[in-house]
Ligand binder design. Structure first.
Ligand SMILES: *Cc1c(COP(=O)(O)O)cnc(C)c1O
Length: 245
């Protein structure tokens, strides 16, 4: 495990320095973006190692895994506080598992799931199991690939008024996924997300979309150049065989 931890630490330094350079290139401050470790493929033991080397924000794509990892870490009082976000497709019958546990639900991909989350949160608040609306990101299918979840940009424009009226959620930003292994398309996707954000913030008084969650192991530098405030890295963080540069 120590060897694995050393490798994680080394990889983290390399990632942070690549982040710094990408932010600098685009004239953005160092603190402009947060690094999330996507822990969906590793056990709690490896998550613990990641915490020891400095990661504080984790992402899971299945509700059961998110709960399992948070429960495994809960007794480890000596570890620093960390946050887990839900980043994968969320089915309605799994909402209760992540409510109040996931710091953010990043995968609000339709009006119907937004409404379902909001209704459940309002119930939890009424029962005093939660005290605040659930922070969420709106998942947008910027690239238009049929395989991808998320609001089509046009659909999001049409839904915005209704989404904003939901009392159980607090919209904090947007997330997207780019086509794999296609840097030009990835850049267009990330830029499209930022432009949509700028447009919506201008159109809706007081709308907060400050979080832009985009960029993965293969394209995070492009995402940072295009305005990402949170990058979600899995393989480059945890897989010692994934090329670092
Ligand atoms: C797996 C996953 C990631 C991380 O992907 P890598 O290519 O391993 O960095 C990021 N976001 C989501 C939604 C994922 O499911």
């Amino acid at each position: 495990m120590d060897e694995y931890e050393d490798a994680l630490r080394e990889r983290r330094y390399a990632i942070l320095s690549r982040m710094d350079r990408a932010l600098q290139r685009s004239g953005r401050p160092r603190k402009a973006a947060q690094l999330m470790a996507v822990s969906k493929t590793v056990d709690p033991v490896k998550v613990e190692a990641a915490i020891r080397v400095g990661y504080r924000v984790f992402g899971e794509n299945r509700p059961q895994e998110l709960v399992r990892k948070m429960n495994a870490l809960a007794p480890r009082q000596e570890l620093p506080q960390v946050r887990f976000d839900m980043i994968g497709n969320l089915q309605k019958n799994k909402i209760n598992a992540v409510l109040g546990r996931a710091a953010y639900i990043q995968s609000i991909s339709s009006e119907s799931i937004a409404r379902a989350v909001s209704v459940r949160v309002e119930r939890e608040i009424a029962a005093r199991h939660m005290i605040e609306p659930q922070p969420v990101l709106l998942e947008v299918n910027v690239s238009g690939e049929t395989s991808k979840a998320g609001f089509a940009p046009e659909e999001l424009r049409a839904s915005m008024d209704r989404l904003r009226s939901l009392c159980g959620i607090r919209i904090a930003g947007m997330m997207t996924m780019a086509p794999r292994a296609q840097p030009t398309l990835a850049r267009a996707t990330f830029r499209g997300l930022r432009e949509l954000r700028d447009e919506l913030v201008k159109a809706y008084d007081g709308l907060d979309l400050s979080v832009l969650s985009c960029g993965m192991s293969e394209d995070f530098e492009i995402a940072l150049e295009e305005g990402a405030t949170l990058i979600r890295l899995g393989r480059v963080v945890f897989d010692p065989s994934f090329e670092l540069e």
